[in-house]
Design a protein around this ligand. Structure first.
Ligand code: BG6
Length: 487
């Protein structure tokens, strides 16, 4: 395959917004500090607001100085010299012309749409009209792409009018997280796990994305989407795919993405009956966030709402490898702790040779992959408790841990922002860690099925107090399958 052209300018649309300021600008700065931005690479920041370029750059500097990482004056000097700010409404012909003028001689732009997805169609049309979308121009789209299959298709069709699929980079920032990529390494760079990675040895899988934060000011967006569309359709299904996919032939974009699509296609569709048994929606009421009182979602929202801020469900993958292995997914806002975790629960030993107390000590092995707040991978193994006891041998379960924090905590090591990896990949034209159009479609098809079954079954969100692990039904759901959430 010929090497893809390196981008020579990033046109950052929505540059005054939260995502650009909290994640994208710092990511670019860190990439530059580590020498990853090519010489002559430019950053064209743009938003509708009329801000003086010096003011934009000064604000950016203040943000970077306020970060916990040490500020690198030399890197900043190089980085700030790359930045231009242009006030433009990229949904209009004039706006696109203003961008074009500011882009000057740029031959390989990457357009980053840090904008509301409702603007994607118009921005693509305006950029195309201005003649800015020809190869090798790339476009980066944030989630959510639509709010169901139909609206996603409208957006994807419109983007496809302007950019070919190999130049469209749909971001799921979870794929940029170190431990998520490590999952690929764990599975396919070790011989140990693959023979065990199936329904003969694995009992079930749990994926938890718990957040302590509430929705707060983001309710205008959130109230239209809810937890299923905001988290499950993208981040959680991506994690599920990486756990469940067959080994790809190589790390080429289509090799990996073909395997993920096969998993999505094998997800069992929900019926109304399934929805009642195997899903639960929740919405936080007033309660606690740590020690502090936390308001209910509806009081943040300012009116009644039927959107879920918590969802738990059992997903089944109907294929040879995973038949009979449930995947339990749960995610929610205002839960007691921040935790993103994948737990692979192995089956118990087929027969115990241990008598007496040790018989009860036996706990099946579990592989726990922690993504947040700390990154770690640990495999629990049974071990003989040291010493002598009356009733014979005692056993205990101990973790064999990769201790990722310790292993990589040398001088200069820092936890990268997930967007750093992803921005660099766009710049180099590598789309393995981006979501292909058919993945988006398949994920929506399944999620639309869940939504429909909720409607048919008349399932509204059950209240749970802020600071709890969701409605009681979340525990009932997993207990119904004879398992328990891993705490
Ligand atoms: C975003 C969701 O995509 O991911 C947010 O829109 C959520 O609602 C966030 O809080 C979680 O990301 P992270 O990286 O903090 O786990």
């Amino acid at each position: 395959m010929p090497a893809a052209a390196l981008s020579d300018v990033i046109v950052l649309l929505g540059a005054t917004g939260d995502l650009a300021q909290r994640m994208l600008a710092p990511s670019l700065y860190f990439l530059d500090a580590d020498g990853f931005l090519p010489e002559g690479f430019r950053i064209l920041a743009s938003a509708r607001q009329a801000v003086a370029p010096e003011e934009f750059i000064a604000d950016l500097k203040a943000d970077l100085e306020a970060r916990p990482e040490p500020f690198n004056a030399e890197a900043w000097a190089r980085f700030s010299a790359r930045i231009t700010y242009v006030a433009a409404d990229a949904t209009t012909a004039e706006g696109a012309q203003a961008l074009k003028a500011a882009m000057g001689e740029a031959a390989a732009p990457m357009f980053y749409l840090a904008l509301s997805p409702s603007l994607y169609v118009r921005v693509c049309a305006a950029l195309s009209e201005a003649g800015l979308t020809a190869a090798p121009a790339r476009i980066v789209l944030e989630k959510p792409i639509g709010r169901d299959l139909e609206s996603a298709r409208v957006i994807n069709d419109a983007v496809a009018q302007a950019f070919s699929e190999d130049r469209i980079f749909r971001i799921d920032h979870y794929l940029g997280k170190e431990t998520v990529q490590n999952l690929i390494a764990l599975r396919f760079a070790n011989t140990l796990f693959e023979p065990l990675w199936n329904n003969l040895t694995i009992d079930h899988v749990q994926i938890t994305v718990a957040e302590t934060e509430g929705v707060g000011e983001r309710w205008p967006y959130y109230d239209e989407y809810g937890a299923l569309r905001d988290m499950v359709q993208n981040h959680m299904l991506q994690l599920l795919c990486l756990v469940a996919m067959e080994p790809p032939a190589d790390m080429e974009p289509d090799s990996v993405r073909n395997e993920k699509v096969k998993v999505l296609r094998s997800l069992r569709r929900f019926t109304r009956h399934d929805a009642q048994n195997w899903t639960i929606r929740g919405q936080y009421g007033a309660g606690l966030s740590g020690e502090k009182a936390a308001a209910s979602y509806e009081s943040e929202r300012g009116q009644e709402s039927s959107v879920e801020t918590f969802v738990a469900l059992r997903a089944d993958i109907d294929n040879w490898r995973w038949a009979g292995v449930p995947f339990f997914l749960r995610t929610g806002k205002r839960l007691p702790e921040r935790r993103t975790q994948i737990a692979i629960q192995f089956k118990p030993v087929p027969h115990s040779i241990f008598a007496g107390a040790a018989q009860d000590d036996l706990i099946a092995n579990r592989l726990v992959i922690d993504l947040q707040p700390d990154e770690d991978i640990a495999l629990t193994l049974m071990n003989k408790a040291p010493g002598i006891s009356q009733g014979g041998m005692r056993l205990e379960s101990l973790p064999l841990s990769l201790s990722l924090q310790k292993a990589y905590s040398g001088p200069g090591s820092r936890r990268r922002i997930a967007y750093e990896r992803l921005l660099l990949d766009v710049l180099r034209g590598s789309s393995t860690l981006f979501v292909r159009r058919d993945e988006v479609d398949e994920a929506w098809r399944w999620v639309d099925g869940v939504e429909e079954s909720w409607k048919e079954a008349g399932m509204t969100p059950k209240p749970y107090p802020a600071g709890s692990w969701g409605p009681a039904g979340a525990f009932a759901l997993i207990e119904r399958a004879g398992r328990a959430w891993y705490e």
